[in-house]
Design a protein around this ligand. Structure first.
Ligand code: ADP
Ligand code: MG
Length: 558
């Protein structure tokens, strides 16, 4: 056609396509899950836009997904009558990857197929996974509300480019037509397709239909009810896992989840997951994802940030409210008391889920908490400064490296530390530094080693900030070994005290001279007993910023 135009893929798309076809081949059935998942998202978007514009439905109110195959043409077609795509949308949504961190992600790929497969899974491949089994994909779409003449045909062989042209399309929505590669004939089979759909897409809340072979009857393959609205004992672990992959766009299994119907002043259902891997854009404040908000099963928005505090931004899932109005906007969410109740309730659930792992006796759960801490511990620490109401629960979930272990693994809780405190010790000691090696070799630790007193080694960027909100734990002051005078209190015996006093007198003159010499550099010079091997060290004043924080502020240009 004369309006047909050929365009090049974004460089990352080309790279992704090549890698994916090879590295995900052993898991090729997932293409159907991804395409059905997109069809379901498209239906959600239509229902949402139609809340204020019922005309979008035209005379076609029954939103559904259809899967068909044609043995002679060697095609599989996934159709939906959801929101559809305009020509511009097809170009931007199917020709580029709209994810932050895409460049960094591709920088991480090693060329080792197995490792890359795991990474790609984590990145999520979505629509492009069709190319695992197809050597050509044709997409025919028409956006809801546009004229039949304003359809678009997008087509690509999954190499360097794709074409787009305007077409006539009778109904709204999207048909994805996969032209199968040689050797993929086994997919042209009713039983095979049904079993893949049941395995991966049973949780989809719209009907997924197929024609019964040899008849003209449509059959619904899945349960076609919102998974979160079903009762817990009717949902298998596999279904929970597949639903997670659908809402999170993650390929891997979640670490853990919680599913509850909350009744009372505010009525809602929550199905919340903790991922096993941090996303690439964990530190990107504009990232999408998180929690999907539904109101009485109608999708309202992605990433409803009001529903979860920022420090729990890694939590994925669905919250379905029975109280909020369907036309709720982000502005209304900000002020709603129902939303506040939902956020508080959901925060408590997430903390409960973490406590269950953290306090478990089973090794499997303990390992899960260790994984959680490695992936998200630094984010959770933000909660100490952000969530005053839950500060105590949060402080029990913290894990640190410590002189008790000879390793940089952060696995010591404050409770464990307190349990090991020496007789007469009344403080929790810590040192901050910008690396584990620097912390471990700090001269400030010498006296603590000698006395066998444990010191926490804090090396995350967020630690200093967190400590400014946490002065004690269970009545025990948190005390930097690098700050102020060192009062080991009752841990020092009388003989030591006497000896120290004598030494101080002995060096009085020297100290006086050093004070004069360093008058403009040091506020105070004193004889110290905190060192055993090093001749001298710098300490910060009790009320001053620590050396490490000063270095950080300087590095940040302050
Ligand atoms: P994701 O689903 O994670 O956004 P995909 O690669 O699966 O990524 O899909 C890319 C985009 O293409 C979607 O976000 C959507 O905008 C568009 N898209 C894909 N399939 C459909 C469809 N069936 N109907 C409407 N839009 C679609
Ligand atoms: Mg998708």
């Amino acid at each position: 056609a004369e309006n047909k135009q050929t365009m090049g893929f974004q460089a990352e798309v080309k790279q992704l396509l090549q890698l994916m076809i090879h590295s995900l081949y052993s898991n090729k059935e997932i293409f159907l899950r991804e395409l059905v998942s997109n069809a379901s998202d498209a239906a959600d978007k239509l229902r949402f836009e139609a809340i204020n514009n019922d005309a979008l439905y035209g005379n076609d109110h029954e939103v559904k997904i259809r899967v068909a195959f044609d043995k002679d043409a060697r095609t599989i077609t996934i159709s939906d009558n959801g929101i559809g795509m305009s020509r511009e949308e097809a170009i931007s949504h199917l020709g580029t990857i709209a994810k932050s961190g895409t460049k960094e992600f591709f920088g991480k790929l090693s060329g080792d197929q197995q490792k890359d497969a795991a990474l790609i899974g984590q990145f999520g491949v979505g629509f492009y996974s069709g190319f695992i089994v197809a050597d050509r994909i044709t997409v025919e779409s028409r956006r809801a509300g546009l004229d039949a003449s304003e359809g678009v045909r997008w087509e690509s062989a999954g190499e360097g480019d794709y074409s787009v042209e305007q077409i006539e399309k009778a109904g709204r929505g999207t048909d994805i037509i996969l032209h199968l590669r040689d050797g993929e004939e086994e997919l042209l089979n009713e039983w095979k397709l049904k079993s893949i759909i049941r395995k991966y897409s049973d949780h989809i809340s719209l009907p997924i239909q197929m024609m019964k072979e040899g008849s003209d009857e449509l059959e619904t393959i899945n349960q076609a009810s919102a998974l979160w609205a079903r009762s817990k004992n009717e949902i298998t672990p596999e279904q929970y896992e597949e639903f997670y992959k659908h809402v999170s766009h993650d390929f891997g299994a979640p670490l853990t989840y919680t599913h509850n119907r909350v009744e009372g002043r505010s009525e809602y259902t929550q199905l919340l997951y903790i991922p096993a891997k941090a996303p690439f854009d964990l530190w990107d404040r504009n990232k999408r994802g998180g929690i999907k908000l539904y109101v009485k099963r109608v999708f309202i928005m992605d990433d409803a940030e009001q529903l979860m505090p920022t420090y729990l931004r890694f939590v994925k899932g669905v919250i379905d409210s029975a109280d909020l109005p369907l036309n709720v906007s982000r502005e209304i969410l900000q002020e709603s008391r129902d939303v506040k109740a939902i956020r508080e309730g959901s925060t408590k659930r997430v903390l409960g889920m973490l406590e269950e792992l953290a306090n478990a006796d089973e090794q499997e759960k303990k390992d899960k908490y260790a994984t959680f801490w490695t992936e998200f511990g630094q984010v959770l620490k933000e909660g100490i400064g952000e969530d005053f109401a839950n500060k105590e629960r949060l402080s029990k979930l913290l894990r640190f490296a410590s002189t008790h272990n000879d390793s940089d693994v952060q696995d010591v809780s404050l409770e464990a530390y307190v349990g090991r405190m020496k007789e007469g010790q009344d403080k929790i000691f810590y040192v901050t530094a910008d690396s584990y090696a620097a912390a471990k070799n700090s001269p400030h630790l010498e006296i603590f080693r000698k006395k066998g007193v444990e010191v926490l080694l804090l090396t995350d960027r967020v630690d200093e900030w967190m400590l400014s909100f946490m002065h004690d734990f269970e009545g025990k002051e948190l005390h930097s070994v690098a700050k102020g005078g060192l009062d080991l209190g009752a841990m020092e015996d009388e003989a030591e005290k006497k000896e120290h006093a004598e030494t101080e007198t002995q060096y009085q003159d020297l100290v006086g001279k050093m004070k004069e010499a360093l008058a403009d550099k040091a506020k105070e010079v004193r004889v110290t007993f905190r060192l055993t091997d090093s001749p001298a060290c710098l300490v910060a004043d009790e009320n001053e910023l620590s050396g490490n924080l000063l270095r950080m502020l300087k590095a940040a240009g302050q």
